[in-house]
Design a protein around this ligand. Structure first.
Ligand SMILES: Cc1cc2nc3c(=O)[nH]c(=O)nc-3n(C[C@H](O)[C@H](O)[C@H](O)COP(=O)(O)OP(=O)(O)OC[C@H]3O[C@@H](n4cnc5c(N)ncnc54)[C@H](O)[C@@H]3O)c2cc1C
Length: 456
């Protein structure tokens, strides 16, 4: 089935290996299985749009229906529909296909190649392998893309963020190596006899869509504005939840409404870009980590923390979820999560530390609750940060680092503006801070000592 008469250039978007332009003998007709890249700008799924027929496909499978919470789903599917409309304007069509029907769709399409992008998540990998096998048995070329900045490579850095940042991220990211792809002006998409699958039903959150939905152009414009007005003060204001000092890009990066390469390039042009670039690097650090160690979605990365005796107090967990702990900063954060599907990073750290260290509850409970409610829920960033806070993850904070929510409040929300926005009702404190801190330290110390003995 391969048509060798046309040559196509596929960028693998892996700047750490020098941007390679792989000239491939391909195909006139390419299926692009789009999973989290719902944009027109800098989208490798559309590379070669002038020469080739491109068939955009969104695959519905049990994974993407079950694993996400209603907030992310609401925004995600809004973007899927928006993207569908945008593609119609380009003379194209987003085919919505059930995973089980993909093989027959592929055969009907008479495609020569399938493009699929990996993101390090175990389910994407599983789905990718299924599709790759379908391609293999039908003699169709399978082209895998990595639409992030740094490609996972075993042993490329020690398990330290600073090592990753200086030895991998920075050298890989010299801007002249970063190639972005022009948006298609039109697409040649063949008509295929296919009844699009309806999108799954879910508890659609209109308030979340209203709060977060912006088209691609507006996201880029707001970000450009952020760079002009806020980048120079980002290193200070990023810690102040009452100030609009961060980019709020995370939901759009999660869904792929904007490309991380494009964002990187926009930031890099500015003086004082370093603090922001470091945060993008954290996202890459965790993504590379998850890709290389997929077990971390369930298990501690550092083995000395496996089987830690977490408490099973579901009553305390309920209070934490509802923002009824009696600690203003924690309660404000959890209320912000419930109202907006998003929490400021400083406050995410405080609520996560409070759950794991003061309430002694399993980090997995918090991780899942965040995942189900965040509009930017991203497996790599979420698991990475939860394990980091709990002290059991990659380059994690030492276990004895415990955020004091009252001191954090004084330091980062001194006028109480953030708290007063979200907390309407005072609650009784559910733990005594100092006692719970000492209790955690004692248990953690004993646990580590036992582990050291077992090791000997
Ligand atoms: C317990 C916990 C759970 C988290 N879960 C998620 C999650 O599910 N999805 C998610 O995108 N982020 C997560 N984060 C990271 C961080 O809180 C958010 O990325 C950030 O608050 C998003 O807001 P922003 O876009 O305004 O960030 P900005 O400060 O403007 O940063 C720009 C971008 O850098 C990246 N970034 C910033 N901080 C981090 C970080 N600590 N780790 C990884 N990437 C970072 C994000 O892509 C972010 O959009 C979590 C943090 C904690 C402490």
């Amino acid at each position: 089935m391969l048509n060798n008469t046309v040559s196509e250039t596929v960028s693998n978007s892996m700047p750490n290996q020098k941007i390679q332009s792989v000239t491939m003998q391909t195909s006139k007709r390419i299926i692009s299985v789009i999973g989290r890249d719902f944009r027109l700008n800098d989208n490798p799924f559309f590379e070669g749009w002038k020469e080739h027929e491109i068939i955009p496909v969104f695959i519905l499978d049990p994974f993407n229906q079950e694993e996400h919470g209603s907030n992310l789903k609401s925004l995600f599917f809004e973007y899927v529909l928006d993207f569908k409309r945008k593609l119609e304007e380009k003379n194209s069509h987003l085919y919505i296909v059930k995973l089980d029907d993909f093989e027959s769709f592929l055969l009907k399409s008479k495609a020569d190649a399938v493009r699929y992008s990996f993101d390090g998540e175990p389910n994407t990998l599983k789905r990718g392998h299924l599709i790759e096998n379908i391609c293999k048995r039908n003699f169709v070329k399978f082209i895998s893309l990595w639409n992030f900045l740094i490609k996972p490579e075993k042993g490329s850095f020690r398990h330290r963020f600073n090592d990753f940042y200086t030895r991998v991220f920075k050298p890989s990211m010299e801007s002249d190596r970063i190639k972005t792809i022009d948006p298609p002006i039109f697409l040649k998409t063949p008509k295929i006899e296919h009844q699009d699958e309806p999108l799954p039903s879910y508890n659609k959150r209109q308030n979340i869509i209203k709060l977060w939905f912006k088209d691609e152009k507006s996201v880029l414009m707001s970000f450009s504005d952020f760079l002009k007005k806020n980048l120079s003060s980002y290193h200070i204001n990023r810690d102040l939840p009452a100030v609009d000092g961060t980019s709020k890009l995370s939901p759009y990066l999660r869904i792929g409404v904007v490309s991380i390469r494009q964002i990187y390039k926009m930031v890099k042009e500015h003086p004082q870009s370093e603090p922001f670039l470091r945060e993008l690097a954290w996202a890459e650090f965790f993504r590379v980590w998850l890709s290389l160690h997929p077990f971390v979605i369930e298990r501690e990365f550092r083995k000395e923390w496996i089987d830690f005796p977490w408490e099973r107090n579901l009553e305390l967990f309920e209070k934490w979820k509802k923002g009824e702990t009696g600690f203003d900063l924690v309660d404000a954060g959890m209320t912000q999560l419930m109202q907006e599907g998003w929490i400021h990073n400083r406050v995410r750290m405080v609520v996560a530390s409070f759950l794991t260290k003061n309430l002694l509850l399993d980090w997995r409970l918090g991780e899942r609750f965040f995942y189900e409610n965040l509009v930017d829920a991203d497996l790599a960033a979420n698991v990475g940060n939860w394990q980091w806070i709990a002290g059991c993850g990659l380059d994690a904070a030492p276990y004895f680092r415990i955020f004091n929510p009252e001191l954090q409040l004084k330091k980062f929300d001194p006028k109480g503006n953030y708290v007063s926005k979200y907390v309407n009702e005072k609650h009784a404190k559910i733990v005594e801070l100092e006692r719970s801190r000492l209790n955690f330290l004692r248990i953690a110390k004993e646990f580590r000592e036992r582990w050291n003995l077992r090791k000997k």
